[in-house]
Ligand binder design. Structure first.
Ligand code: TRP
Length: 455
């Protein structure tokens, strides 16, 4: 990738399809396969899924369009893009704080993301060695507990994963990512479909289906014990669902903005974003459909937390034909999906440092080093892990998204937006603009206000 200041020379991806692949690579990751099923389990299923889908549609998609647009209009790293666009629209350079904040959020996410990706890496090896073949459910669940209480083992896999991330980012994002993702993402989708098929046959598919799609709002926000009425808005679940919509789409910290800056001029932003969001949602729902039927068939707890993926799927692999091969392949694909996401967590920071004259290799080394140290701390302490996960997903990303929505909706020059978006239908354009101006920001603020009990 070059760091030429002349925007005409800025490197582009060869086609809209490459952008879709790279953005999908960023979006689809542990968020879909690990986090979505386990938080859906913790928050009681269907109602949570419904709130999450509403957040994707009303907040995620409009903000994602705005973020891609900022990137393609600014044509550089998130911080400088914001500076350029704020200046162009005669606004304060302080808007660039969105970018700075995003770089920090990215590093903080990587500090726990890489630990979980390390678990998946560990599982590639365990499945490959046949550890799960014929094992019963309790052995498999003990196995996960052993992994998470063994710091050295986690340290090795976390370090390996973060080195992989650094390697790809140092090599330059535009070349490597597009090609890798083009082959591996479809393979992941195919394997996920096989697992859903297996769950249908061997698991309690209907129990899984009911759990994921019966919308019982009492389960989402359990009635307070003191007898006061349960409210949709005074429980954590809605905030978690909204935060996850940002997390899963890689929104609110400049990752999608950075990728948007490589998007060719002739690609239609709206259509592209809808494609990415649809693929991302599909993969999350399929992961749920693969996991929950097994949860119910084997008497496991849907709300058992971060271990859900690592306990349910090995049970499937322990029994299915070619389980050894399927298991190692599947966990390998999870690692790849995590890798194509984790690179987007440090790419904005590296691109910015590069623009400041710091060589890509050193920028990458520095940021990866910081994340590695943070990762070591989240291995040692579950509190650090949870703090990083909660602060980023529940607060930093939605806040970043809020400011992106406000900037593009209210402060950026309209003619510039129209020029970038090229939406043919004025009705669709107005629909998007007013959703971004009113519904998305108010939605974010309302969820914050009510979940934090500001009223
Ligand atoms: N979206 C990824 C996932 O679902 C995680 C991720 C990658 C991310 N880049 C991001 C989240 C940027 C927020 C911001 O696994």
């Amino acid at each position: 990738m070059n760091n030429n200041n002349n925007s005409n020379d800025y490197v582009h991806w060869s086609s809209r399809w490459t952008f879709i692949m790279a953005a999908t690579g960023s979006a689809v990751g542990l968020g879909n396969i690990w986090k979505f099923p386990y938080i859906t389990g913790e928050y009681g299923g269907g109602a949570f899924v419904l709130v999450y889908l509403a957040c994707i549609l009303l907040i995620g998609v409009p903000v994602m369009i705005a973020e891609v647009l900022l990137g393609r209009a600014g044509r550089t790293d998130p911080i400088d893009s914001m500076l350029i666009l704020a200046k162009e629209s005669n606004r304060s350079p302080l808007w660039a704080i969105i970018g700075v904040f995003g770089v920090c959020a990215g590093l903080m996410i990587l500090m726990f993301y890489s630990v979980v990706a390390g678990w998946a890496l560990d599982y590639v090896i365990q499945s490959g060695m046949g550890r799960f073949i014929g094992a019963d459910a309790s052995t498999i669940s003990d196995n996960f507990t052993q992994l998470t209480s063994n710091n050295n083992r986690q340290l090795i896999s976390h370090s390996a994963f973060i080195l992989l991330t650094g390697g790809v980012v140092a090599a330059g994002v535009t070349t490597g990512i597009g090609n890798g993702v083009r082959i591996l993402m479809p393979l992941l989708l195919a394997l996920l479909l096989v697992l859903v098929g297996y769950s249908m046959a061997a698991g309690d598919f209907f129990a899984g289906l009911h759990f994921m799609f019966d919308t019982d709002f009492d389960k989402l926000c359990p009635k307070p014990v003191d007898g006061t009425a349960a409210s949709l808005f005074t429980c954590d679940a809605v905030l978690v669902a909204m935060g996850h919509a940002f997390f899963t789409l890689s929104l609110g910290m400049g990752a999608i903005l950075a990728y948007g800056s490589y998007m060719p001029k002739n690609a239609n932003i709206g259509k592209t974003v809808l494609t990415v969001a649809a693929l991302d949602t599909l993969i999350a729902l399929l992961a749920g459909l693969a996991i929950f039927p097994l949860v119910f068939a084997y008497g496991l707890e849907p709300g058992s937390g971060p271990g859900l993926l690592f306990v349910t799927l090995p049970i499937a692999f322990s029994q299915m034909p070619a389980g050894l091969l399927m298991g190692s392949l599947f966990f390998m694909l999870i690692v790849v999906a995590a890798l194509s996401s984790s690179i987007s967590l440090i790419e904005p920071g590296v691109a910015w440092l590069e623009k400041k004259g710091i060589k890509r290799i050193w920028g990458t080394t520095g940021l990866v080093g910081i994340s590695w140290i943070g990762g070591c701390m989240s291995i040692r302490s579950a509190d650090v892990f949870n703090f990083l996960d909660n602060t980023t997903a529940k607060f930093m990303l939605p806040l970043g998204g809020l400011f992106i929505a406000i900037f593009v909706g209210w402060f950026m020059s309209q003619s510039r937006i129209i020029e970038e978006l090229e939406i043919q239908s004025p009705r669709i354009y107005q629909g998007w603009l007013w959703t971004l101006r009113i519904i998305s920001p108010l939605g974010i603020i309302a969820v914050f206000a009510n979940s934090l009990e500001w009223f």
